[in-house]
Design a protein around this ligand. Structure first.
Ligand SMILES: Nc1ncnc2c1ncn2[C@@H]1O[C@H](COP(=O)(O)OP(=O)(O)O)[C@@H](O)[C@H]1O
Ligand SMILES: [Mg+2]
Length: 359
């Protein structure tokens, strides 16, 4: 699959306030004539005074527990982006009359980890390319919003807007219409999802929260894009940088998509072996894709212990995509292998891609 050429993002010298918006890995943003939104600088967590002049908010895409995700338009270039507004504490400053961000060290570390990993995946590609299977990261900044009478600070992460549904939305719409996805499309989708995952893994990154809501589908249903690296981590600490954010323990996630060994580690509170989180991603993605193929949820239970019993031993359907077509046999075989309950014999994402390409 072809990648889009990007130029590396220059970092700014530490300055208190900058007034221009970030460079754009997918092509230059044209500056608005009225406001300086020119694409030469990154805020990287600093105050972005011109947010409201440079962006218009189009739609609240999701209102989650840790963030509001907004579709926004850059006024200068007329291009769409996604702004993830993190839910962080604020403290009212009587002197300035502003509800200022009050970010705990633990929250700051979580933000830094997500951004460090997004940056790594967005700007460290082959020859400065941004992978088509990752929602590209652009910038992060603090901006002000009016909450009633009070201006309040918010923390935003600016990303590429992916035009398409999540696997969760696709699952619901396919079920509603009592349709199945055409096998050629489904095979392409599965391949592209594992390609994206293999790319992240090649950078040492485990997503650690793959589920239907965190995989988007674009280009007419044929390209999968991974989003939400909020729980992502480095599979093993190969470098000092990676050691800061290495996957030591399970930090959360959705039990129905967690591999048996990951659930076990979560229940027992034990640490993860090197590369275990990568194999956990292979399982989670297969779960999400198998549900889409079969039109049924694989595991449903309330409580982590019940879920663990199911995930560990519930028999899987004989075929996820029911069809006599050879491509269906190929995709079923790949998903079945990815759902190997023994993580040591479970294939890597790269091997899964290679098997799917043998068609
Ligand atoms: N880059 C994007 N383009 C379009 N929609 C997105 C993008 N990133 C996230 N979304 C949508 O917003 C939802 C929430 O974003 P996510 O990053 O998963 O945040 P949360 O931490 O709240 O789960 C996703 O499930 C998806 O529907
Ligand atoms: Mg999410």
């Amino acid at each position: 699959m072809s990648s889009v050429v990007i130029s590396p993002v220059p970092l700014v010298e530490s300055k208190e306030i900058v007034t221009i918006v970030s460079s754009d890995p997918r092509g230059a943003i044209t500056a608005s004539p009225a406001v300086d939104c020119s694409p030469s600088t990154q805020y990287d967590g600093k105050i972005f005074q011109n947010y409201a002049e440079c962006f218009s908010e189009i739609e609240l895409i999701s209102n989650g527990t840790s963030a509001e995700t907004w579709k926004v338009r850059h006024r200068g270039s007329n291009r769409l982006f996604v702004l993830k507004k993190l839910r962080l504490g604020v403290r009212y400053n009587r002197e300035s009359g502003v509800a200022e961000l009050d970010i705990s060290p633990a929250k700051q570390e979580k933000i830094d980890r997500e951004v460090d990993i997004l940056r790594k995946l967005s700007h460290d590609g082959d020859g400065g390319r941004c992978h088509p299977g990752i929602a590209c990261y652009y910038d992060r900044f603090v901006f002000r919003e009016q909450v009633g009478e009070i201006p309040a600070e918010r923390y935003g992460i600016l990303m590429e807007y992916i035009d398409g549904p999540t696997l969760a939305q696709l699952y619901t719409s396919v079920l509603k219409k009592r349709e199945t996805l055409a096998i050629d499309r489904f095979l392409t989708l599965v391949k592209s999802a594992y390609e994206a995952l293999a790319y992240a893994h090649s950078k040492g990154v485990a997503h650690a929260d793959l589920k239907p809501e965190n995989v988007m589908v674009t280009d007419n249903g044929t390209r999968a894009v991974l989003v939400d690296f909020g729980l992502a981590c480095y599979a093993q600490g190969a470098t000092t940088e990676q050691n800061r954010y290495v996957c030591t323990h399970v930090r959360g996630g959705t039990p129905a998509y967690q591999a048996p060994e990951i659930l076990r580690a979560a229940i027992d509170g034990i640490s993860l072996e090197a590369n275990m989180a990568l194999k956990g991603d292979v399982w989670a993605l297969a779960c999400a894709l198998a549900e889409l193929a079969s039109g049924n949820l694989l595991f449903e239970a309330s409580g982590t212990a019940d879920m663990y019993c199911q995930v560990k031993s519930k028999p899987l359907p004989a075929a996820f995509y029911e069809s006599g077509d050879a491509r269906a046999a190929l995709v079923n075989d790949a998903l079945e292998r990815a759902l190997d309950r023994d993580w040591k014999t479970r294939p890597s994402a790269a091997l899964t891609v290679a098997r799917l390409e043998s068609s």
